[in-house]
Design a protein around this ligand. Structure first.
Ligand SMILES: [Zn+2]
Length: 277
């Protein structure tokens, strides 16, 4: 199968189940779970084509774009990494999103603030439609949405307050060394929420009492298709090794785990490869 890499697709049939992965190569989908324990070789042709404009680029920016597209597309703006700087609701027109309709569809919609457990508890935010995908992409074994808010900006304000108390980062090396110890996420949420009272009050003052909804959801438990975790993590990279792979030992987050090392497939979005299996 030949095509340009996109972010791996994932599906979790039910809480406690095992994630099913597929790798999109252009319009084709390569189901990955059936390849566990088998040989998979990925060969990069040397070509990278921007996933927006299709032009050839010598580097993939912001997970799949050429440099000019990275500079102009709203999904590549700096506020994507820092939701508390989302500027689409600014009263000054020139300060709003690079693309009005993108901002409306992606930022001015309901967001969740959640706790997840990869190798430790962390706080994060995501659009309402992106759960549990967001947790799977980070390789979390557990996830729990704790607040629902009306915009990306509001979620950023709450996340920033929570990040004073717990991490907002994933340690990918630890994540790839094994399953996370189960945590009582609901208890942790109960301990944290009173400590961010002031931030919650501020959001409600600014955007109305209804802007922040505290949730009472069940924890989602996530298992990954992994036969064996690597003892030592070595990263594979198409730029250094155009042909890579080996026996596929597992899939977790956006990583493929081979007997020869691990590769973050998302990092190589828009790379043209051939998959042989
Ligand atoms: Zn482009």
């Amino acid at each position: 199968m030949i095509g340009h890499i996109s972010k791996m697709q994932s599906r979790l049939a039910s809480s406690g189940g095992t994630v099913e992965y597929a790798l999109p190569l252009d319009d084709a989908l390569l189901p990955l779970n059936p390849l566990l324990g088998k040989s998979l070789t990925l060969r990069h042709s040397g070509d990278i084509h921007c996933s927006h404009c299709g032009k050839k680029t010598n580097k993939s920016y912001s997970q799949g774009f050429c440099f000019p597209c990275m500079k102009k597309l709203p999904q590549c703006d700096l506020c994507i990494m820092k939701p508390e700087t989302c500027h689409h609701s600014s009263v000054v027109a020139s300060e709003r999103c690079r693309d009005e309709s993108w901002g409306e569809a992606n930022c001015m919609v309901d967001h969740y603030v959640y706790l997840s457990n990869t190798s430790a508890v962390k706080v994060g935010i995501t659009r309402h439609s992106q759960l549990p995908t967001r947790w799977i992409d980070q390789g979390a074994n557990q996830g729990l949405p704790i607040f629902k808010v009306s915009t990306r900006y509001q979620s950023g304000l709450i996340e920033t307050a929570m990040a004073q108390l717990i991490s907002d980062k994933t340690n990918w090396r630890t994540m790839l060394k094994g399953d996370a110890e189960p945590l009582q996420l609901a208890d942790i949420a109960q301990q944290l929420i009173p400590q961010i009272d002031q931030a919650l009050d501020n959001v409600r003052l600014q955007f109305g009492e209804q802007s922040v909804q505290q949730l009472n959801h069940e924890v989602t438990e996530i298992q990954y298709p992994v036969l064996q975790y690597p003892g030592k993590i070595s990263s594979l990279n198409f730029d250094k090794t155009p042909e890579l792979g080996g026996t596929l030992l597992g899939i977790k987050g956006q990583y493929l785990i081979f007997d020869s090392g691990v590769i973050n497939m998302r990092k190589f979005s828009s790379y043209l490869i051939e998959a042989e299996y």
